[in-house]
Ligand binder design. Structure first.
Ligand SMILES: NC(=O)c1ccc[n+]([C@@H]2O[C@H](COP(=O)([O-])OP(=O)(O)OC[C@H]3O[C@@H](n4cnc5c(N)ncnc54)[C@H](O)[C@@H]3O)[C@@H](O)[C@H]2O)c1
Length: 341
């Protein structure tokens, strides 16, 4: 395989939406020679200016200015979920590759439209399912692929924290802007479970609670059960309502026909168990590396669409699951994918 500089030119990227997560993307861009931050854009000119000055790049409040710029190869969209469909469409129609923060869109039809547009225009479309790029996520997928636990049968993922995203004023707490807990955060867990199990679920059952306050318009505690063809299953527990509030509890178990993978994400490593005993793999955890890896994967996808991770079909599939989970939590029964829209 050729080294990077021989294989490709350096890509110029724009970041649209210069809020919280944009910092992680800008940091990743500062760590690589494969791509450079070329310009930043935010509807809020003051935010765009402050971000541009701190990263020493030009800034604008006008997305069209970014999209007209022939030097911009690709755009990372870090705006609130509600805006993803419309901004994503403009980016792809302008002929730019797109790294969309999760979720891909607010509905599966809008997500399918973006995936179709990217395919028609032969542009890279990658969604920020960052857990696929963590050391733990990759290590567990590799262990399963290597047959360490036999056929995977059951995944349990818990990602609990004790803070309301962005505080009481945040757009995240407004279902019209974020899509609710399943779409905003549940997608991370459902994507990871399905990636490890390597199947698309066909049934979803979810139950939510408003723990922090009954006044919340979205659930801050949610469990989602996914059933896969052939009997595989996953349980995803995602909360922003832990007490005390500085508590975070993240845990993973993948059970297979011949063994088990366990991961306390804030503990030492990934443990695999089988009849022959256990072994511990030292898997480091810095999330910063995951953003850098995600960026590299995006740049690779600009060269070869088949390298997109997740592939657009998976990013669309998880939107369907989020819709099904939201519906299931509302109506209190199992929702069958494809039969109950
Ligand atoms: N991958 C992850 O782990 C992760 C973590 C946090 C957030 N996210 C996702 O990243 C996105 C941004 O989240 P955040 O927490 O950074 O939000 P934020 O509220 O901190 O920042 C959003 C920014 O977008 C700007 N904006 C709003 N509408 C715009 C528009 N039409 N054009 C240009 N700019 C606009 C706002 O002014 C704000 O500066 C969301 O989609 C969220 O789901 C992903």
């Amino acid at each position: 395989m050729k080294s990077w500089p021989e294989r490709s030119r350096r890509r110029n990227l724009a970041i649209v939406g210069t809020g919280g997560i944009a910092v992680s993307h800008a940091t990743a861009l500062g760590d690589t020679d494969r791509a450079a931050l070329h310009v930043v854009c935010d509807l809020d000119a003051e935010r765009a200016r402050a971000f541009g000055e701190s990263w020493r790049v030009p800034w604008t409040a006008d997305l069209d200015e970014v999209l007209r710029d022939d030097e911009v190869d690709a755009v990372i969209v870090c705006t609130p979920n509600r805006t993803h469909g419309a901004i994503g469409r403009r980016v792809l129609e302008a002929g730019k590759h797109l790294l969309m923060e999760k979720p891909l869109a607010m509905s599966h039809s809008a997500a399918e439209e973006l995936a179709g547009l990217a395919a028609d225009r032969d542009l890279a479309l990658v969604v920020g399912h960052i857990h696929r790029h963590t050391d733990q996520g990759i290590a567990i997928r590799a262990l399963i692929a290597a047959g360490a636990i036999g056929e995977p049968r059951f995944v349990r993922i818990t990602m609990n924290g004790g803070w309301l995203w962005g505080g009481w004023e945040s757009w995240v707490l407004d279902p019209a802007q974020s899509g609710g807990h399943a779409l905003h955060n549940g997608v991370h867990l459902m994507d990871l479970a399905s990636w490890w199990i390597d199947r698309v679920p066909d049934r979803v059952f979810a139950a939510g609670q408003h723990v922090t306050s009954a006044a919340l318009a979205i659930h801050d505690y949610l469990t989602i059960q996914l059933s896969y063809p052939g009997g595989r299953a996953a349980i995803c527990e995602v909360s922003r309502a832990e007490h005390p509030r500085d508590q975070a509890f993240v845990e993973v178990r993948v059970a297979g026909a011949d063994g088990v993978i366990d991961r306390r994400w804030d503990a030492e490593g990934v443990v695999t168990w089988g009849d022959a005993g256990s072994r511990v793999l030292d898997v480091p955890a810095p999330i910063r590396r995951a953003f850098r890896r995600q960026l590299d994967a995006f740049v690779e996808a600009m060269e070869d669409r088949s390298l997109a991770n997740p592939p657009p079909r998976d990013a669309v599939a998880v939107i369907r699951l989020a819709e099904a989970a939201t519906r299931s939590a509302d109506v209190g029964r199992v929702v069958t994918i494809g039969a109950d829209r």
